[in-house]
Design a protein around this ligand. Structure first.
Ligand code: KG4
Ligand code: ZN
Length: 361
């Protein structure tokens, strides 16, 4: 059988730590959590080889995961002072993401689990982002259900997080992810990769009202996103200057105008998502949690805070290291699933596409 199934897990097993592994994109990460969710050890190796290519190269990423994962796992085990025999289970991101990295991470986890007689938990990367807010040390009080806005380089969606394996996607991007839009515009402006932080820095010198860029889907019903028309508009503006002759001040004005446009669009879509969430869960606490690298952006945070105030929602942003890809979220998801006895067979295959709607519980 492929997919999660329920198995009885002994109290002795539940009193042991969990190892989590993340390798779905360009971060190789491993972490160990105590049974109560306390982080005992964590490590992330962010791959820098992609900078020269202006984006993640899947083949390079897979090889780097293969080269670094065994050493990283050994490091976190040593940091925590544990051996495999001390663990409750091994959890690994099994999708969605780049297939090469998923094969490396989940293959390593399955091999180690098999060798040491441990259960294997296949973790959906989106569920891991979604459940991070429940990590005890964050103290966010994220009881089910709550609303998650995931804005990263690969994902842009609003999710009602309703339980383990129970998530409703309220809306998402119909073209680019928000981070992808930042990266593409940054590239057009001649900034390095990843573009988000560089663009935010340049925007501090610019006038956000200089260019009235289009706001895709702004004010429309629902909470879908679209960024490709905005990116095209920025490209057309830049193309009015001869190659290499964009004045720095104009570049800064474009960066600031683009950023404020994205912030307003995201806040508008999140506002709609909050209304949809309340309609679905009228008696639930009103909490919006953000995740993903784009959540680092100050203009976007301010716009979201404003939208939350308007909708009567509490706004929670986990520390950046838990917003971006990490293995603590994978270990935590493994722990939450193990507590329910949800484990996976060894024949579960990595899935480049794995929508939350198809998450077996
Ligand atoms: O979550 P993340 O680290 O990786 C995945 O995509 O999974 O997100 C990376 C994305 C990149 O597209 C990057 O440009 C964007 O987040 N990002 C930002 C900022 N910092 C990172 N975008 C806007 N402003 C930032 N300060
Ligand atoms: Zn991610």
């Amino acid at each position: 059988m492929q997919g999660s199934h329920v198995q009885s897990v002994s109290p002795a097993t539940l009193s042991r730590p969990v190892l989590g592994i993340e390798s779905s994109c360009d971060d190789t990460a491993a972490a160990i959590l105590a049974p109560d969710g306390t982080v005992l050890a964590e490590g992330v190796l962010s791959q820098t080889a992609h900078i020269a290519f202006g984006g993640v190269v899947p083949e390079i990423a897979a090889r780097a995961h293969l080269a670094h994962l065994p050493g990283l796992v050994a490091d976190v085990m040593a940091q925590a002072g544990l051996g495999y025999g001390d663990l409750a289970c091994i959890a690994a991101t099994t999708g969605p993401g780049l297939i090469g990295g998923l094969i490396v991470g989940s293959g390593f986890a399955k091999g180690a689990a098999l060798a040491h007689g441990l259960p294997f938990v296949a973790v959906n990367h989106l569920e891991a982002h979604a459940l991070t807010a429940r990590l005890p040390e964050l103290g966010l009080g994220a009881e089910f259900p709550y609303l998650l806005l995931l804005v990263s380089g690969g994902h842009c969606q609003c999710i009602a997080v309703e339980g383990i394996g129970q998530h409703t996607r309220l809306g998402g991007t119909i073209d680019d992810a928000a981070g992808e839009a930042f990266d593409k515009v940054a590239k057009l402006l001649g900034l390095g990769w990843p573009g988000g932080p560089a663009l935010e820095k340049l925007a501090t010198e610019g006038n956000p009202a200089a260019f009235p860029f289009p706001r895709p889907l702004f004010g429309r019903p629902g909470c879908d996103f679209s960024f490709s028309g905005l990116k095209t508009s920025v490209a057309q503006t830049i193309a009015t200057f001869p190659p290499g002759a964009l004045p720095r001040q104009t570049a800064a004005d474009i960066a600031a105008s683009f950023q404020i446009t994205v912030a307003r669009v995201i806040a508008d879509r999140a506002g709609h998502a909050m209304a949809m969430f309340v309609e679905r869960h009228p008696h639930a606490a009103r909490l919006l949690v953000v995740a993903g690298g784009v959540a680092a952006n100050t203009a976007i945070r301010i716009a979201l805070l404003h939208a939350c105030t308007q909708q009567g929602f509490r706004f929670a942003a986990p520390p950046l290291k838990y917003c971006t890809d990490n293995a603590v979220m994978v270990a935590w998801t493994g722990l939450e699933r193990l507590r329910l006895g949800l484990v996976d067979n060894m024949n579960v295959a990595p899935r480049p596409r794995w929508p939350l709607a198809e998450l077996a519980r």
